[in-house]
Design a protein around this ligand. Structure first.
Ligand SMILES: Cc1cc2nc3c(=O)[nH]c(=O)nc-3n(C[C@H](O)[C@H](O)[C@H](O)COP(=O)(O)O)c2cc1C
Length: 364
């Protein structure tokens, strides 16, 4: 009932808050025999980490993954894998205001409405800190799908505000992480010209004591045809839930997405062909899923992410006792969530695909 578990066969349960001692994930259902180490988890935790560049929050968290169970001599044992990531840089005094005032755009009021009690330090469980746990689970899912069928999940930023990038569909993780100059690609947009404009925009917005939203795209490659269930557990439905379960996501589309709504069928349909005995489509407007079942073409999804709601500038709001007031959110916040959102989105897509692959194994 309480919704802290995601998945049916590859089950991911998280526990933890922003300012508690740490965040935990338990992955149940991961098959035995997958090579797995803490270093494997660390790659994506480092991509998600606060303080990784000048354009993200300057909170300092090492985010070291500790595997507590389910791995023996470098391989999964088939038993539940528990991972702990300790919280280190909690400045609870930054959040004293939030105890009494509701931040516009954040979950303070809705948590009070639901529970009547709230860990206001950093947003408690509504904080994106919780996603550190799922990112660790996503790294396990990535290893599973890579070993099972060469599956690969890559995400990147396609828009920040009105700066929109052109990204070739075969983009690599290296292009997402590193610019052609060899410098780190801090905004995770593999179009270098757009990336530079995005960084400048994020810096300007930060100076203005403001924030800005954008769009991230995630591609899953080498996913075999046939994953997904025909009705309620369509792969597209579970992927949408996976992405919408991440904080600040306000829209999800796949393939040509909303633009299909204004096309004619003759423009929208992808021509089906057989190449060396393999069924493919000449184009991929369907985004790799038909009838909620994977088609064998790359699965392509986009998530729209809103601007960070906590702002250092003054905003109008009310207190818990319903008095009008104003709030400036002190503390360290990302002026744009997109660069750190990318590994979280990859994680949720990998977890969903791992889950549906295991379900398909049980059915055929
Ligand atoms: C990577 C990432 C970091 C975030 N950091 C902050 C933050 O520092 N301050 C903030 O107000 N919201 C932050 N958020 C967004 C809030 O967690 C989210 O807006 C809030 O929980 C309300 O949920 P909703 O926007 O999904 O309705 C972050 C989201 C992501 C994806």
């Amino acid at each position: 009932m309480a919704g802290s578990t995601f998945g049916t066969a590859f089950r991911v349960t998280t526990a933890g808050e922003s300012h508690g001692p740490g965040n935990v994930v338990i992955v149940d259902g991961c098959p035995a025999g997958i090579e797995l180490s803490e270093a494997d988890l660390q790659v994506d935790l480092d991509r998600r980490r606060p303080g990784q560049s000048k354009i993200v929050t300057q909170r300092k968290e090492e985010d070291r993954a500790e595997i507590l169970s389910g791995v023996f001599e470098g391989r999964t044992t088939g038993t539940p894998i528990a991972v702990l990531v300790r919280n280190e840089d909690q400045k609870s005094r930054d959040y004293a205001d939030i105890a009494e005032k509701y931040r516009p755009g954040h979950a303070d009021y809705t948590f009070d409405a639901k529970y009547g009690v709230r860990d206001y330090r950093g947003g408690g469980r509504s904080s994106a800190r919780e996603t550190v746990a799922r990112t660790a689970a996503g790294a396990i899912a990535k290893k599973l799908i890579a070993q099972a069928f060469g599956g690969e999940v890559v995400g990147y930023v396609t828009a920040v505000g009105d700066v929109i990038a052109t990204i070739p569909p075969e983009v690599t993780l290296a292009q997402v992480e590193t610019l052609p100059s060899g410098e780190p690609n801090v905004v995770r947009c593999p179009d270098p010209i757009a990336a530079a404009k995005m960084v400048a925009l994020i810096e300007k917005v930060r100076k203005d004591q403001d924030s800005i939203g954008g769009v991230a795209e995630v591609v899953a490659r080498n996913v075999p045809a046939g994953l997904g269930e025909p009705v309620f557990d369509k792969l597209k439905a579970d992927l949408a839930k996976a992405l919408f379960s991440l904080p600040a996501v306000v829209g999800v589309e796949y393939g040509a997405g909303f633009s299909l709504a204004t096309m004619r069928g003759s423009e929208a349909n992808d021509v089906i062909v057989a190449e060396d005995g393999v069924v493919r489509t000449e184009t991929n407007r369907h985004g790799g899923m038909l009838g909620g079942i994977s088609s064998g073409m790359p699965i392509v999804l986009r998530a729209a992410v809103k601007p960070t709601s906590s702002l250092p500038r003054e905003q109008r709001t009310i207190t818990k006792s319903l008095e009008p007031t104003t709030i400036r959110t002190r503390g360290r916040h990302d002026p744009c969530l997109l660069p750190r959102f990318v590994p979280m989105a990859e994680a949720m897509v990998a977890i969903t695909i791992a889950d549906h692959w295991l379900r398909q194994c049980a059915q055929r």
